[in-house]
Design a protein around this ligand. Structure first.
Ligand SMILES: [Zn+2]
Length: 132
């Protein structure tokens, strides 16, 4: 299961605020069914409980490409160099203390991606490589 966080979302249509569960971390080998929505930039689908309006949120998502030694932070809003560097630093700090990573002692590559096309390329490569 992907890990999720509760966030407050404001409906684009009726402007009502509501709470939604959004995905913030995906392990591709555990949740291969999420590859398709990720590819389409639609991993975070929420629906307004009042007017039923469906929205796709542009939030950052951590994608673990295991068994490739690659972790991607996809954030379509981190356009500036500063924003990307801040994300990179943030996730390096988290993973430095991640027990699983410490145990295996593997070198993980971290990449911050803001362009959906770039994320797609990596996902396609992953699918091809692991025959999903
Ligand atoms: Zn609404």
């Amino acid at each position: 299961m992907p890990s999720t966080t509760k966030v407050e979302v404001k409906c684009e249509k009726c402007k009502r605020p509501f709470e939604a569960d959004v995905i913030d971390h995906i392990d591709l080998h555990e949740d291969p069914e999420l590859i398709r929505p990720l590819r389409n930039g639609k991993a975070n689908r929420v629906q307004c409980p009042k007017c039923r309006k469906v929205m796709y949120l542009d939030r950052s998502i951590v994608v673990n490409f295991e068994p490739m030694n690659l972790v991607v932070v996809y954030d379509p809003n981190a356009k500036s160099k500063e924003a990307r560097e801040a994300l990179q630093k943030h996730y390096e700090n988290i993973t430095r203390f991640n027990e699983t990573l410490l145990e295996t002692g593997r070198d993980m590559e971290f990449r911050v991606i803001t362009d959906l096309k770039e994320l797609r390329k990596l996902l396609d490569q992953y699918v091809r490589q692991y025959g999903l």
